[in-house]
Design a protein around this ligand. Structure first.
Ligand code: GAP
Length: 487
């Protein structure tokens, strides 16, 4: 991980066309961001990968895409209207505003100047809106503060239409909105953000019977339990999932499975394993619906912070919706010869924007020798996969380069750059994380070969144009290493 501070990272992302403050020409609005051309490309890659990993590659999870505004009763039933509250506080000394959980008020000091906070009262971060143009006939509704509730509200429909049997999950990706008192740390805390969530339903008697546990038993992760924290420990202990279960640090197999799997997802996209840990919520910290919650945290330059919350929501939500809607949310279990309310044993809930911050922070390297930033992104996450340059813009070299570019572009998202020195062009691609640059030169006109330059090592190889697309495909998909092609 680089130690780049978050303001510098925000400035870098803006300069490179990844993310801008929203409506900046009017002064912007705190907590809202627009994705620029490159971020829009990159943005789809973690999402695509998340969907493939969690939905398409599995037989037990289906996806939905629910509406952002729902019947307001959804949020009454879920408890968000009455219990989704934070305490607004203001620092006596420097005046900065923040939000705290009720149990933190009086204990926590101002993060900026260590001053004392004054309690400014509770607030509910849900955005409200009016549905129906004529005020007297309209109803007050909410922009969803999480995608999760839609999975519960649609539970019956999804189970029936997809003919699901326990255990199974329902996944969703989409926008969520929270009127945060103090949006901060760039994309870390926004007012409009995106979530990727799964509600995973099991039979309540099977919390310790996860058929996939063997896949993660030996997986190692740094763990900080609530007991550790009560004893004043701030550092976690690295152990395997098996050890954590044997020692009863993680109470259920299913919870352990999902915690490990979510860590593995980040690692599968090139993130550094030891920059993550799992931290159990203290009793006082848990949400109104949770029996036990663990956060997957990441070591950002501004400290260990929540990346993903994995709550054991039990049957809280389905029961709440049954009570409020008077509709049955049960499933018939053949073996038991009875209907039961399934249990959500873990709810992996990931913010897309925080995932983006992780991948960028992990990949960011200020290479003093090269004199430029190198974003060492996993090729799957790179917005541009291949850049093509003509060495010179004359003598037919440029025409040949355009031909090569056209061919490459049919397979990979590519970029053609004809301006500036070759060194400058390499630097520009390093800074946006392009893994491979292809240069067309005078030799190309003679022997139909081009050079491929590797972003991470700056090494180069020469390949035949007719083999170029295959070689690039193998490199981008890690079927072969650069040094092997070189041989
Ligand atoms: N359905 C459960 C739920 O929403 P949460 O811990 O409030 O739980 C889950 O949110 C995840 O959503 C967080 O771990 C974070 O990644 C993301 N998230 C929440 N609030 C956010 C905000 N204001 N800005 C950016 N991401 C946020």
């Amino acid at each position: 991980m680089s130690d780049i501070n978050i303001e510098k990272l925000a400035a870098f992302c803006k300069k490179k066309g990844l993310v801008y403050p929203s409506s900046e020409i009017y002064g912007g609005m705190a907590g809202f961001f627009d994705y620029g051309p490159l971020r829009s490309e990159e943005h789809r890659t973690p999402e695509d990968s998340w969907w493939k990993f969690h939905v398409q590659s599995r037989d037990d999870i289906v996806g939905i895409d629910g509406s952002i505004i729902t019947h307001p009763k959804v949020w009454e039933a879920s408890g968000h209207v009455s219990s989704f509250v934070d305490v607004a506080v203001e620092c006596k000394k420097c005046g900065s505003k923040s939000k705290l959980d009720r149990f933190e008020v009086g204990k926590v000091k101002c993060g900026k100047c260590d001053g004392e906070y004054v309690d400014k009262g509770e607030f509910n971060p849900m955005f409200t809106t009016q549905v129906g143009p004529i005020k007297k006939d309209s109803i007050k509704a909410y922009l969803r503060p999480e995608t999760a509730q839609i999975m519960f509200v649609d539970f019956k429909q999804v189970v029936e239409t997809s003919r699901l049997k326990l255990p199974f999950g329902i996944a969703q990706m989409g926008k969520a909105f929270r009127n945060e008192i103090s949006p901060r740390n760039f994309l870390f805390r926004c007012r409009e953000f995106e979530q990727m969530e799964i509600e995973y339903f099991i039979h309540p008697k099977n919390v310790n019977n996860c058929p996939f546990i063997a896949e993660v038993q030996d997986h190692e992760i740094i763990i900080l339990s609530s007991d550790d924290q009560s004893q004043g420990k701030t550092k976690g202990t690295k152990m395997t999932i098996k050890q954590a279960l044997d020692k009863q640090i993680i109470k259920t197999q299913w919870h352990a499975y999902w915690l490990a799997l979510e860590h593995k997802w980040f690692i599968s996209l090139g993130a550094t394993p030891d920059n993550f840990r799992i931290r159990q919520h203290l009793k006082t910290e848990k949400s109104h619906y949770a029996l036990d919650t663990w956060d997957l945290e990441y070591k950002f330059s501004f400290g260990w912070k929540e990346l993903q919350g994995l709550a054991n929501r039990t049957d809280y939500d389905l029961k709440q919706h049954m009570k409020h809607s008077k509709k049955k949310m049960t499933m018939y279990i053949q073996e038991d010869k009875e209907r039961i309310v399934p249990y959500v044993v873990a709810e992996p809930s990931q913010g897309v924007d925080r995932a983006f911050l992780v991948f960028i922070s992990d990949a960011y390297e200020d290479d003093k020798e090269r004199g430029n930033i190198v974003l060492k992104l996993d090729p799957k996450l790179s917005p541009i996969k291949v850049a093509v340059f003509p060495l010179v813009n004359k003598d037919g070299v440029d025409d040949k380069a355009k031909q090569v570019y056209k061919e490459v572009k049919t397979c990979f998202n590519s970029f053609y750059d004809r301006s500036g020195s070759i060194g400058r062009r390499y630097a520009r691609q390093d800074e946006v994380g392009t893994p491979y640059c292809v240069t067309v030169d005078y030799d190309t006109l003679k022997d139909n070969t081009v050079t491929i330059r590797d972003r991470d090592t700056t090494e180069q190889i020469r390949v035949k144009i007719k083999e170029l697309r295959n070689v690039l495909w193998d490199l981008l998909n890690k079927k072969v290493l650069f040094k092997e092609v070189k041989k």
